[in-house]
Design a protein around this ligand. Structure first.
Ligand SMILES: [Zn+2]
Ligand SMILES: [Zn+2]
Length: 189
């Protein structure tokens, strides 16, 4: 090939490498845009949800009201395999729950802020991340309001978001992608 020599080949290889690097950078940025970072109040614990959650619950049950000391709890359900502990460690506290089977709350051992729960029903494979501990909680509004029977009466609910008086059947409401993801999580024995 006229004019094609070692130098050209080298330049081409370098050009290709730069392109790959740029593409990789773009991919990393995309992944980061989908990730959700969070942590406790004292910053000993930092964690990352590596993707969007399966579904987001706004729970108005009395248990969540008591536990949060507020009017409802906002939980993002996600595979525990998609939650990375970036810094620190969590301490597991066994706490009673509505089902009577209990829940494990993962807290910062220093400031005791609760970061996520694992319930007996969904098991250790699904974390219920406390959305309020995310750096950008606004990115995860509720997909459904549950246990609205005990909702505090001063709180109006948006008409366009599903709401159920108690619980619901995920197979009827979750997007297919979330159902597929959930099916891949090992259920508790
Ligand atoms: Zn802390
Ligand atoms: Zn609740």
């Amino acid at each position: 090939m006229p004019g094609f020599n070692g130098k050209t080949a080298l330049a081409l290889a370098r050009c290709w490498r730069e392109k790959q690097k740029a593409l990789w950078g773009l991919k990393m940025k995309e992944a980061e845009a989908k990730a959700h970072d969070g942590g406790c109040a004292c910053r000993y614990v930092r964690y990352r949800m590596t993707s969007k959650p399966l579904y987001v619950h706004c729970c108005h049950c009395r248990w969540c009201q008591r536990e949060s000391g507020a009017s409802f709890a906002l939980n993002a359900l996600i595979e525990s395999s998609r939650v990375q502990l970036v810094q620190g460690e969590v301490q597991t506290v066994h706490t009673p729950s509505n089902s009577g089977l209990g829940q494990k709350i993962s807290r910062c051992p220093e400031c005791q802020i609760a970061l996520w729960s694992n319930y007996a029903g969904a098991g250790d494979g699904i974390h219920f991340i406390r959305v309020g501990t995310l750096d950008e909680p606004d990115r995860l509004p509720p997909d459904i309001h549950i246990f609205t029977a005990s909702k505090q009466p001063w709180l109006p609910l948006p008409p366009d978001i599903p709401a159920v008086s108690e619980y619901y059947d995920a197979s009827e409401i979750w997007p297919q992608d979330s159902l597929d993801r959930r099916a891949r999580v090992r259920r508790p024995a």
